[in-house]
Write a protein of this length. Structure first.
Length: 643
């Protein structure tokens, strides 16, 4: 046999040199393709081995040797799946660096090069289909896995398992549809697993289902660019990674997962923080910079997008939905609930459109353990679940009556919030549209201080419209809040207003439109203000004039004037219980007109809406801030908040 192969090889080598064809050396289901213009010297050694372009074959392993006119693409390894089998073709210029083995339709590649080949990296191109196949890739250098129309299911492990710890580009070719699936009961970490950095890209479509654990997992960072990625199922997270996650562009849709949609953790024990170009970064941060992200999670206390570090939103169209209820965390000994976007560190929003919906008990739109800073973008939040509470033994239940929540300490309850930060909140721009309906549902809450210098906040809430545990300072921007169960603005420290346009509605009774904690003060020195329910008793009002309307009508439009200038127009909501006082303040002489023209919920001068027109003057009297809040129950007819 060896002598026969030697004779065939000698004839083929003579022919290839003469006709400039391609030499195909096949070992099992793997064919190495050597173009004639690249082969150079081909050496037999000891009558038992053949070396071509640095690749040494044992003659007894060779299945066949042929020549043809097949065009060979340098740096390309083609893997074609066909039912229960797979065939691998390796370009000659990288043959010496690639060791491929095939068992059925399960392909294992070991890549040994430590530098780029011909100024480029090796590309592994997958196509075809198999219901019992996979790719396992090991090596020591960066490479690309190109999906060129492949449908692959591995019933015993990951569909793609990359143990190479270097950067891997996983790219779906343009106009191709690719589907990867694993099966339940395996030991794999994900349907697609990469030990190293994973760059998900391409102009094609990739659908992934992970039935053992995650759909996609990297032991390092993950980036997304251009790709249309559909995660249709996961026993764990849809996407799970360490160090950082970055979405630059593309469309990512995640549903059918049993845990979080996207989760990013620290890889080590200490954060590097954000680094220049993310070089050697291990922060646990999530960067959402562009594209379209749609995440739906249904699991108890699940997060649609979760970072162990910071979260930075600078662009894109982001839609998150959660429907799971709360749970008792036995490790932290506290009640936890679902959130659309959750950061263990800080969060910044300076662009993009966020549409966040939470229907489960205790659910939140945004939950931040650190600080929240907003300078631009649009944030739409709608929560409809009631509060979730736990007994001393950790038994979970829900509460629909806000008055019952005082029985529970903070660790034993999780309240639905539009936006919640344990640290400070700074609103310096952007637009917020927030609706909360369940018991304890506040619009925006900071556990420390809250400042606002610019932007637009619209909130219709079951509890406080805006709340903070310390000082609240408003120097600019536009605020329109209506609480059906508590105060409009509530600071558990001083409430300082030096500017901005504010329309605040409380629930009546003991509640007020603008509330400061008992031992602190409401200080007003500027801005344009309408407060249904009035000001906190003993407010310090200077730099302008506060007056009270004799009455107001629910559902009616009004315009507030500062002297002869229109400050803003507003529509009174039609809550069942509202404060009986309507108090106005401007830096000059305030006046109020009814019967003005308006549309929608409210329109603010300078916010792209028309100025108020028409109307007749409402009778105003001097306001005494020491008189306290009234008994509630404003007068008037129909209409509503308009949501």
């Amino acid at each position: 046999m060896r002598q026969t192969l030697l004779t065939i090889a000698a004839l083929l080598l003579t022919g290839i040199a003469a006709t400039a064809q391609t030499l195909n050396v096949t070992v099992g289901n793997v064919t190495y393709q050597f173009p004639a213009n690249q082969t150079g010297e081909m050496n037999f050694t000891g009558g038992s081995t053949l070396t071509v372009m640095g690749k040494t074959f044992t003659l007894s392993d060779i299945t066949s040797m042929t020549t043809d006119e097949t065009a060979v693409t340098d740096n390309l390894v083609s893997i074609v799946y066909d039912g229960t089998t797979a065939k691998v073709s390796v370009a000659g210029n990288v043959a010496q660096y690639v060791e491929a083995t095939v068992s059925g339709a399960h392909v294992t590649i070991v890549q040994s090069n430590t530098a780029a080949v011909d100024d480029d990296e090796i590309t592994y191109q997958l196509s075809g289909s198999s219901s019992d196949g996979s790719l396992t890739l090991d090596g020591s250098y960066k490479c690309t896995v190109s999906l060129a129309g492949v449908t692959l299911t591995n019933p015993g492990g990951a569909a793609i398992n990359i143990t190479n710890s270097k950067r891997i580009q996983l790219s779906a070719k343009k106009n191709t549809v690719n589907t990867l699936t694993d099966a339940a009961g395996g030991s794999q970490k994900a349907c697609i697993y990469s030990k190293g950095q994973l760059q998900l890209q391409g102009n094609g479509t990739l659908s992934v289902a992970g039935y053992t654990k995650h759909a996609i997992k990297s032991g390092d960072y993950i980036t997304v660019k251009n790709l249309t990625l559909n995660i249709t199922a996961a026993a764990g997270d849809g996407i799970n990674c360490e160090e950082y996650f970055q979405m630059k562009s593309g469309t990512v849709t995640i549903s059918g997962v049993s845990d979080d949609g996207i989760q990013c953790d620290l890889g080590g024990t200490a954060s590097t923080g954000e680094t220049t170009d993310h070089e050697d970064e291990d922060s646990g941060n999530i960067y959402l910079e562009g594209g379209t992200l749609n995440v739906t999670v249904t699991a108890t206390a699940a997060k649609a997008v979760k970072s162990e570090g910071d979260m930075r939103v600078s662009g894109g169209d982001i839609t998150c939905k959660t429907s799971g209820g709360g749970s008792w965390d036995t490790d932290d000994m506290k009640t936890k609930a679902a959130a659309c976007m959750s950061a263990d560190g800080n969060m910044t929003i300076n662009g993009g459109t966020l549409t966040l919906t939470s229907t489960g008990a205790g659910g939140k739109g945004i939950s931040v353990d650190g600080t929240l800073t907003v300078t631009d973008g649009t944030v739409n939040v709608n929560t409809s679940g009631n509060a979730v509470v736990a007994s001393s033994s950790g038994t979970i239940s829900t509460v629909s009556n806000s008055q019952q929540l005082d029985r529970y300490t903070s660790d034993y309850k999780s309240l639905p919030k539009g936006i919640k930060a344990d640290g400070a909140i700074a609103i310096n721009g952007g637009t917020f549209n927030i609706i909360t309906k369940g018991a304890g549902g506040e619009g925006i809450e900071s556990k420390t201080t809250l400042t606002m210098t610019d932007g637009y906040v619209y909130a219709s809430t079951a509890d406080d419209g805006i709340n903070c545990s310390s000082t609240m300072t408003i120097s600019g921007g536009h605020i329109m809040v209506s609480s059906s169960g508590n105060d409009g603005l509530d600071a558990n420290g001083n409430l300082n207003i030096t500017g901005g346009n504010i329309f605040s509605v409380c629930a009546g009774g003991a509640e007020v439109g603008l509330d400061a904690a008992e031992q602190y003060k409401l200080n007003i020195t500027g801005g344009n203000i309408v407060a249904i329910g009035g000001f906190e008793k003993g407010a310090n009002v200077s730099g302008g004039t506060a007056k009270q309307a004799s009455s107001y009508t629910k559902g009616a439009w009004y315009a507030l004037y500062n002297g002869s200038d229109t400050a803003f127009a507003f529509k009174v909501p039609s809550n069942s219980s509202m404060g009986d006082k309507l108090v106005v303040y401007t830096t000059g002489t305030p006046s109020l007109k009814t019967g003005v023209t308006g549309s929608g919920d409210a329109f603010w001068s300078g916010n792209g809406y028309s100025s108020a027109t028409g109307g007749s003057t409402v009778s105003l009297s001097e306001y005494n801030s020491n008189s306290g809040s009234g008994p509630g129950g404003g007068p008037g007819g129909g209409g509503g908040w308009g949501h």
